[in-house]
Design a protein around this ligand. Sequence first.
Ligand code: NAG
Ligand code: NAG
Ligand code: NAG
Ligand code: NAG
Ligand code: NAG
Length: 455
Amino acid sequence: MVEDPKRKALSVLPVLLLFSSAQAGTIDRFSGHHCTDFQTANFLRGIRLKVQFLLFTSLSPSCGKLIFADGGIKNSSFNSSLETKIIIHGFRALGTKPSWIEGLVHAILHTSQVNVIAVDWVYGSTAAYPAAVENGIQLALSISQFISKLLALGVSGTSIHIIGVSLGAHVGGLVGHFHGGQLGRITGLDPAGPKYTRASHEERLDPGDALFVEAIHTDADNFGIRIPVGHIDYFVNGGKDQPGCPPISAGYKYLICDHMRAVELYVSALKHSCPILAFPCSSHQDFLNGRCLDCVDPFLFSCPRIGLLEQAGVNMRKLPKEVKVYLMTSPSAPFCVHHSLVEFHLQKKRNRVTSIEITFHSNSTKDTAKITIPKHQEMGKRLLAHRVPLCQINSVSLKYLSKNQFWGKDESFIVGKFCAAPLPLDSNRTTSCLPWNLSLPSNTDISYELPTACA
Ligand SMILES: *[C@@H]1O[C@H](CO)[C@@H](O)[C@H](O)[C@H]1NC(C)=O
Ligand SMILES: *[C@@H]1O[C@H](CO)[C@@H](O)[C@H](O)[C@H]1NC(C)=O
Ligand SMILES: *[C@@H]1O[C@H](CO)[C@@H](O)[C@H](O)[C@H]1NC(C)=O
Ligand SMILES: *[C@@H]1O[C@H](CO)[C@@H](O)[C@H](O)[C@H]1NC(C)=O
Ligand SMILES: *[C@@H]1O[C@H](CO)[C@@H](O)[C@H](O)[C@H]1NC(C)=O
């Protein structure tokens, strides 16, 4: 077995730990209230939990107000007629504040009038990962008690949405479990894999933990979980390796890049209007090979969308469970792409594999995919991810990739038909084809105008 480089690097992480424990309070310049920041722990203190609940509202999205569980909620700027988002971070190797927390809080408050509560359990989440996992149970109890106090104030369970990152996703699941699965929503951002993949439903996030449970998977081969844990499970770019993540030589950045992409993607989905849609499919390969083109089964025509739409925009009274949905993204924010099916039909079948490189050009973008037509077959198809809508694609270039091998020269050109269709293919959108049989000389880019009109 080949040793996993990420795991190996993780095992030496404690050696790299550096600590600081400075923590300053600030005064919010709008309200004059005292602002509280996350704590900073060192790993010797990892056994103690020291949970803090910090409230952020749209009036002061940068100023966390420390809420004391007893009596203090009523006297805070918490508004019980609004929805409440509770953010739970995960393992903090360095005992520091999560760098993404402000971005996530701002993104949520940018889109909606809600109460945002960030759970600071930095103390209990540092030191060794297994100890943090153990602490998760006690943490879930504290959060559950906190939520019970909210419910006692007249907050409805369905208005509570837990957003848990990594280990925090499973803590959220446990909190949901303690509330009988009756809280509104849980979003798991790359729910942790280690120690959870073979755990029971009670111990990990599962669809029974809230009325709607969703998970975004971006590092299923390392820190993330590879099994579906929600009603809807997004496997982004297959759920394992993310485009734009740096190479192994980049050290710690490489270690967490795939894992943290779930948070970046979620924040980006809240801040940008471009829809991040996903499509139900049984595997990433089937998705890439154009075998899953719509959301008819099981979602009755509504494709799930990453973000805050109710039930992810899926319009069904009772959701099916553990549905794996797939999508591609671009390497950097805002990550959203449009997916199109591209097809090439050969005029006559060949007795060898045919590869054709397809490139969509717009004024500002260039996106590529490769169609492979198996030997003795007439047609090949593939999904192409492009950053602007199909109607803004000015031209498509096709390149027949011939291979001359020592036992025989490949044909110097192929003839056939090219077609493209935007996903989902379940509406009235139809396939548009270049209106003639194309002749493609070997290893030469040939450009054509793509006849698609903006709707
Ligand atoms: C509520 O807050 C005000 C001002 O921040 C403070 O004077 C008062 O004692 C608080 N009441 C309770 C019950 O905590
Ligand atoms: C709470 O939110 C509701 C709905 O937006 C609003 O009408 C009300 O004024 C808010 N209450 C307070 C005390 O801010
Ligand atoms: C294109 O190819 C198809 C399949 O061989 C053939 O039936 C059709 O006549 C061709 N059309 C043109 C315009 O050459
Ligand atoms: C692309 O550039 C052309 C020429 O500059 C312009 O007419 C067209 O509107 C541009 N299209 C888009 C989608 O920006
Ligand atoms: C398809 O087109 C028809 C007529 O233009 C329209 O009534 C219908 O709503 C469309 N269906 C979808 C799924 O877009």
